[in-house]
Design a protein around this ligand. Structure first.
Ligand code: ADP
Ligand code: ASP
Ligand code: MG
Length: 456
């Protein structure tokens, strides 16, 4: 068995669904289990509709649902057979009726809880998975749709739920292999449910994570992530076009890149795959002939020090300075407790004797964090920063990497630096307006010569 995950752009239109069907059909002998994201930008649009509803823009919200419904009808009808179309239509109509009711309810309540966000967001994958299962039949495949919420069991941490692995693996191992022996199994990514059956989601971009959970649960030979780029590239194409494809990379390197902003892979994706040692491949659904990126357990020999540069925009640096606790123990603990209580993850930390700088990528509770920190320290906040992260297993063995980095960007102000924590990354913070030229310079410095065994 293999898992084949198709992201939003890979099922965004009739043409995209047809491409996905042909790709799956070419792998039938490997017994594919297909995980799909919501079609195109559906998740964003559903969440926007929910926000509009609670902010008194009920009509706007209902109009958005109407147009999303039309989009689903329009893009799926050409790829679903006449015989199956009444069923597809029923799926679309009933789901959108429910969504309209939900949005009306939200408009009355005027309050958007994480639980209702999950309820609304889940419709994207619930729709796409049923519609793709019907469409694949039209291309000569026998399919079985499975509701992911019956298999992916999670805690109740809505919008960022954690899978309950033993129970989820047990359910997957029991349900999927017998079905996959006969049919192409199709399920939605991103969604799950609590033990009580309440719908949850695994966090934005979470369909990659679903693919690897399913892969681990059924002991797949391979997990394929089909997306809209040729694989993991040496830099984020949204920041700097013209990066090179990385042909092979280790789990550890890929995880680090994903964590520091390489959106092509959800950061949790590699965990289940590593645990069961299942290779992951990133592939382009528009150019299936390209080999993509293979993510494997062991780092491969490479003449380049750096494999890729990741970056994360929208970073806030929080500087905390001890007022009374000069050199006191317990200062760091108190700081981290604040972030912990406010459920805000910290990405980078650097310390001096009396001050600590931390970065966060979510400002939702910044006010509260600052207020608590001010109870025992001086606080200063810098917004609109960016993290740049160079990743490569060779960084740990190669002297002088930091020297090369900072010489290449010597006229750019570097705010915070961190190296050593994971050994295979070097990361630092610059102001967002400096990001593009920082990445340009570093890309020229580290990728002007490429090891052909690793890069395309
Ligand atoms: P999907 O909908 O298939 O999950 P995503 O939009 O989540 O696709 O991820 C693919 C996108 O990730 C690419 O279009 C690209 O803009 C972005 N990306 C960021 N960093 C990288 C990188 N280093 N290599 C490739 N893609 C990257
Ligand atoms: N549809 C979800 C999102 O947009 C999950 C995914 O695409 O991976 O975040
Ligand atoms: Mg994604």
């Amino acid at each position: 068995m293999i898992v084949m995950k198709f992201g939003g752009t890979s099922v965004e239109s009739a043409a995209a669904i047809e491409r996905a069907a042909r790709i799956v059909k070419a792998h039938l002998e490997r017994r594919p289990v297909v995980v799909v994201s919501a079609m195109g930008k559906t998740t964003n649009r559903l969440l926007a509709a929910a926000t509009d509803a609670v902010h008194g823009r009920r009509e706007q919200s209902l109009a958005a649902l109407e147009s999303l419904r039309d989009y689903h009808l329009r893009e799926t009808q050409p790829v679903i057979s006449e015989a199956d179309w009444p069923e597809a239509r029923r799926v679309i109509e009933t789901h959108f009726q429910e969504l309209v009711e939900l949005v009306r309810g939200l408009a009355v309540l005027g309050e958007l809880t994480p639980r209702s966000l999950d309820a609304i967001a889940s419709y994207g994958e619930r729709l796409s998975s049923q519609l793709v299962a019907l469409a694949f039949r039209n291309f000569g495949m026998d399919t079985a749709h499975v509701d992911a919420r019956c298999l992916i069991l999670t805690d109740a941490r809505h919008t960022q739920a954690n899978p309950l692995f033993p129970e989820t693996y047990a359910r997957l191992a029991e349900a999927i292999p017998p079905l996959a022996a006969e049919k192409v199994v199709v399920l939605g990514g991103f969604i799950g449910a609590t033990e009580k059956g309440v719908t949850t989601t695994l966090g934005r971009g979470g369909s990659d994570f679903t693919a690897s959970i399913v892969g681990a649960g059924i002991g797949a030979e391979e997990i394929q992530i089909w997306t809209d780029v040729d694989g993991m590239l040496t830099c984020d194409p949204r920041i700097l076009p013209g990066g090179h494809r990385v042909k092979i990379i280790s789990f550890a390197e890929a995880a680090e890149l994903a964590y520091f902003g390489a959106k092509v892979l959800h950061p949790s994706t590699v965990l289940p795959a590593v645990e069961k040692n299942i290779p992951v491949r990133i592939l382009n659904s528009r150019r299936p002939e390209v080999e993509g990126t293979r993510i494997v357990a062991e780092p491969v020999r490479c003449d380049n020090v750096v494999k890729a540069i990741a970056c994360k925009r929208g970073i806030t640096v929080v500087n905390v300075r001890s007022t009374r606790m000069l050199m006191a123990y317990g200062f760091l603990r108190r700081i981290f407790e604040v972030f912990d209580r406010c459920e805000t993850p910290v990405d980078m930390v650097s310390t001096s004797e009396v001050s600590v700088s931390l970065t966060i990528d979510n400002n939702a509770r910044l006010e509260e964090i600052c207020q608590e920190l001010r109870g025992f320290s001086e606080v200063e906040v810098e917004e609109n920063q960016a993290i740049v992260c160079l990743v490569g297993d060779n960084i740990r063995y190669t002297p002088g990497v930091a020297g090369r980095v900072f010489r290449a960007i010597e006229d750019i102000n570097v705010r915070m630096i961190s190296q050593g924590a994971s050994l295979l990354n070097l990361s630092f913070v610059v102001a967002e307006p400096d990001l593009v030229r920082t990445v340009e310079r570093l890309h020229a410095e580290f990728f002007s010569r490429l090891d052909p065994a690793v890069f395309d």
